[in-house]
Design a binder for this molecule. Structure first.
Ligand code: SF4
Ligand code: SF4
Length: 239
């Protein structure tokens, strides 16, 4: 059974996917964008762990986590970046992983597709990427993605946020992940915990008036999405 936060996360994924429906050229088997530079929150990591546990694939995940290359501690979260920008401070976006292919790829397809994190879901190019031709992401989608990332970070405030592999490692010592933890070198889960940062509450959206008008229908759909008899907005505001 999903936790309340995991249900909220899935509600956010559903609304975002309905909003982007048919607007991208990204297709199954196209994977040049699948690198080890993916940022996630603990709730997204818990959903991946649950998926792996349900399939009894802990040994597979243990092997994948040991294949991962160098990652870095996340210094700037999406919401700390937004807070700095809203205060007029200069912030330099950072990298927290590397450009090597994601170990979750098999035959150019994502093996955790159903539970892939939002950073992967929001990478929607208007042109097909080729060597030397990177993704082109429209400004409305960039604005929408950043706003949704901020909501997801708010959902996980106080919990881990970092490179996908560091968050998965940091969560590996939870009691429910014992079968995975036993198969990992202790130094790896320590490394995961050392590299993750904490998710922060939403300080306000970084949307100018014109962008807000385009993104508002998506935000309204997310906030009014019902989990049982409560809306996501109520849950995020602890009502
Ligand atoms: S972003 Fe580029 S590489 Fe990734 S799926 Fe879309 S077209 Fe393919
Ligand atoms: S998790 Fe899946 S979609 Fe995301 S980078 Fe890895 S293979 Fe690609």
């Amino acid at each position: 059974m999903l936790s309340l936060k995991e249900e909220v996360l899935q509600g956010i994924y559903e609304e975002f996917e309905q909003w982007i429906e048919e607007k991208s050229v990204c297709k199954k088997g196209c994977s040049a964008c699948c690198t080890q530079n993916v940022l996630i929150t603990a709730v997204e990591g818990e959903l991946i762990h649950r998926y792996v546990r349900d399939k009894g694939q802990e040994s597979w995940l243990a092997a994948k986590l040991q294949e991962t290359g160098k990652t870095r501690r996340v210094q700037v979260t999406t919401n700390s970046f937004a807070a700095s920008c809203l205060q007029g401070d200069d912030v330099i976006p950072e990298s927290y992983g590397n450009e090597e292919p994601c170990p979750f790829l098999k035959d150019n397809c994502c093996t955790i597709y159903d539970v892939r994190p939002f950073s992967c879901r929001c990478f929607i190019s208007e042109i097909v990427c080729k060597p030397g031709v990177p993704a082109e992401i429209g400004s409305t989608y960039l604005s929408a993605s950043s706003a949704v990332m901020q909501i997801i970070e708010h959902l996980g405030q106080g919990e881990y946020l970092g490179n996908m592999f560091d968050v998965l490692l940091a969560l590996s010592d939870l009691p429910e992940n014992r079968a995975l933890f036993r198969q990992l070198p202790a130094s790896l889960s320590d490394q995961g915990r050392a590299n993750v940062n904490k998710a922060l509450p939403l300080p306000g959206f970084l949307l100018i008036e014109e962008e807000m008008a385009k993104v508002q229908p998506l935000l309204e759909a997310i906030f009014s999405h019902k989990i049982g008899d409560r809306s996501i907005e109520d849950i995020l505001n602890n009502r």
